[in-house]
Design a protein around this ligand. Structure first.
Ligand code: SF4
Ligand SMILES: [Zn+2]
Length: 467
């Protein structure tokens, strides 16, 4: 399923066949479409469409092109429309310095006024930028700093992620700018430009991945290949998802689920996700058997939303071995069954061993993703107990520096870092198939970590982006 987070369906382009356009969208599994306004007139039209069709939602606002018409009276009309039940955001608003149809100073004033409106109504924003990214980012960060309460009630107080505050639509900024935005509670969205040859968007996507991305068609504009140049419509959204999956070597289902979750979360559409015991990513099945952990990493959202690629892992209680086996089904349907989740699987060593034995018994392959603290937790070397049951082990190195390890994981760094390295050595000796991983958190010395893993331990190090 997909959500088209940006489609101007009120235009004359759709007046003859909107019913057919929406039917084609449903057939393409596009289950909801967000329709942004650009003036008080088109905002009213967007609201009317959303009232008439269950799957449509509206945003209201003044586009920077029309900023010169955004009189105090017109903005009061936007404020009134924002109260309508199917209005999910203020947008699209922003700065366009390419055309500059309205003077820059006017655009800034109208953008600022509408950010204030979104804050007052506690709504997210849909932002348009063109040749104005640094200034638009500065303005939203200023708004966030001045109003930390904006959307904060929606956030889990333990979450390391900022609450969802908005989306930069048709994102043209770079990865560093996206990083700043993501940590301030913003998503970025991509339309059909990702299907165009030599699109810069692909370089950025390759760096940021799809975890904080929304999909949009921007209909009737920017039709993806092979419809380029023609009228665009929401049913083309899967072409955009498909191209992103291809570029990032991801599964289409994972891109679809993640981007749909992001849109639901941002716009407050649809029911909350049900927590999973088992969840499929690419062709691996991951198990979520506990939320408990020996550490409390600064970058981990275990105590927050605990969402991974659109799956909620926020289980209320730990599943029994039987429940886990039921959730797995036939393990040979997957490349591997991975003990992972937002907790440390070796905390439940007995259950882990029972599940692994059953999976192996039915011809499956197993992997353990661990922080390497299992032997400390149990007061004995647990690696021999895993031999023959766990085919591969992936251990979080995090950093080669014990003091920094302690700071990042909020534990006794000296003790646990040494124990983790020891665990890695034992796994290498007894199991053989071991990798170490590292989240590319600012301040971590990658070269030193690589030396520690690859030269000292003889174990491959994989670096995951911190996003
Ligand atoms: S070790 Fe893993 S599960 Fe535990 S807090 Fe750190 S990142 Fe989260
Ligand atoms: Zn638009």
């Amino acid at each position: 399923m997909y959500i088209d987070s940006h489609a101007h369906l009120y235009g004359a382009e759709f007046s003859d066949d909107l019913g057919e356009v929406l039917a084609r969208a449903r057939d393409a599994l596009v289950t909801a479409v967000v329709v942004p306004g650009t003036t008080s007139e088109t905002s009213r039209q967007a609201v009317r469409l959303a009232e008439a069709h269950d799957e449509l939602y509206a945003c209201v606002g003044y586009h920077p092109h029309d900023a010169a018409q955004a009189t105090p009276g017109a903005l009061a009309e936007i404020a009134r429309l924002a109260e309508e039940p199917k209005v999910v955001a203020i947008g699209e608003i922003g700065l366009d310095y390419h055309y500059t149809f309205a003077p820059r100073e006017t655009q800034r004033e109208v953008f600022r006024a509408q950010l204030e409106l979104a804050i007052a109504k506690d709504l997210p924003v849909v932002i348009h930028t063109r040749e104005s990214i640094p200034e638009a980012i500065a303005m939203v960060l200023e708004a966030v700093a001045a109003h930390p309460e904006w959307r904060s009630t929606l956030a889990n107080p333990h979450s390391v992620m900022a609450p969802p505050r908005g989306v930069f639509h048709c994102y043209t900024g770079d990865a560093d700018q996206a990083w700043q935005l993501v940590h301030a509670g913003f998503n970025v969205s991509y339309p059909g430009i990702v299907t165009f040859k030599n699109s810069n968007a692909l370089d950025t996507l390759a760096k940021i991945g799809y975890d904080h991305v929304l999909l949009e068609t921007d209909s009737p504009y920017l039709a993806p290949v092979p419809h380029r140049g023609k009228r665009n419509e929401p049913s083309h959204l899967p072409l955009i998802a498909g191209r992103i999956a291809e570029v990032l070597d991801a599964a289409l289902a994972d891109v679809a689920r993640t981007t749909t979750f992001n849109a639901k979360r941002l716009f407050g559409i649809g029911p909350p996700e049900q927590p999973r015991i088992a969840y499929k990513l690419k062709n691996s099945l991951y198990l979520n058997i506990t939320l408990r952990c020996s550490a409390d990493c600064t970058f981990c959202d275990r105590k927050g939303e605990a969402v991974v690629k659109g799956y909620s892992l926020k289980i209320e209680s730990e599943p029994t071995v039987r429940e886990v086996l039921e959730a797995i089904g036939d393990p040979t349907d997957y490349d591997e069954v991975v003990f992972c989740g937002y907790g440390e699987p070796t905390v439940r060593l007995e259950e882990l061993i029972e599940v692994a034995r059953a999976v192996k018994g039915r011809g499956g392959r197993t992997r353990l993703n661990t922080n390497g603290h299992g032997s400390v937790l149990h007061g004995r070397d647990i690696v021999p107990e895993l031999v023959g049951l766990v085919d591969a082990v992936s251990i979080s190195l995090n950093t080669a520096d014990p003091a920094q390890y302690g700071e990042l994981m909020r534990i006794d760094g000296a003790r646990y870092h040494a124990a983790m390295l020891d665990f890695a050595r034992r796994c290498k000796a007894l199991i053989g198939n071991v990798v170490m991983t590292l989240v590319d958190v600012p301040g971590v010395d990658m070269a030193r970590a690589r030396r520690q893993a690859e030269t000292e331990l003889g174990i491959e190090l994989r670096i995951r982006p911190f996003f």
